[in-house]
Write a new protein. Sequence first.
Length: 352
Amino acid sequence: MSTTLDARFFDGRSSRPHAATLRVAGEVLTVAPAAGESFAPLAVPLTEVRWSERTRHGGRIAQLPQGASVQALDVTAWDAWAMQHGHRESWVVRAQQNWRAVVLAFVLLLVAGAAMYQWGVPWVARGVTALIPQRIDRLVGAQVLASIDDSLLRPSALPAEDQARIRRNFARMVQAAHPDGAPPWKLEFRRGKDERLGPNALALPGGTIILTDALVQLMPGNDDAVLGVLGHEFGHVRLRHAMRQLVQASAVGLGASIAFGDYGTLIGSAPVLLATLGYSRDAEREADAESVRLMRAAGISPRTMVDFFEAVEQWRAGKKRSGQDDGVIGIAFSSHPATAERIAFFKEAALN
């Protein structure tokens, strides 16, 4: 085995390379000039030498103090010489040269990314949402309401006494379920500019709940079903699901907003973001659980929601039979758990 190695030396003061010979004696690396070179030999303790990581096709460089360095002329000879003199690579470098380890690392990265998306991001979003002042929810809600009032909605045509009755009964239901106080809410009645909106309800950040005339008229005389739907939307309000979805969709922007206290960009983009987002299945299940809680407090059987879902399915079927799309009912229902699953949930709640 050779005890010396030919290399290219850079002194850290100029970019001109020097032909050099490397030798290790004890714990010292000596860089000596090759024939025809005139620089002074350099002795460096091995503890001060920073070896570059070995790559399959890359070069080899060792960094020396004061900006100096030595560069391999023959990569294979360099690797053999370095190992001969006790240089050991980390397990990371060795793994990078093993295709099985690379494949395993890639698979683990995919699994970690999926886990972060599934559980990590929602968990972080809950924490970030808690840091956002409630006044921001109200500002976002007002902006969204103005946007959809302009594009999707018209004033309600329901009789004023019907609106007052539903508001009154819903207020009693919330008070019964939350006697120690509930988050602020406001119930707004609207109808769609055309039939595409259909029977619908949605909760906006800040506590505004929108209920369409078509939903009230879906089951005439059955205020219990309407109250059950409102209980579901109140669950979204109480748990700030809409704001949490906004946080998840614009995590970087929200981080900057919290850091600098400027929520203008979020408020301005909220209508567009909310139009493209749906609640997660877990959020919908949480809202269904809140609906059951409110109905029980008001003495309403959760069974009424089974009748409601069956009425919704009949409405959809009628639309399809007539060759019509079932509209934008997805605002309220497309991201919910499957209807069969929800019916089973409310049936079980009615038995307990």
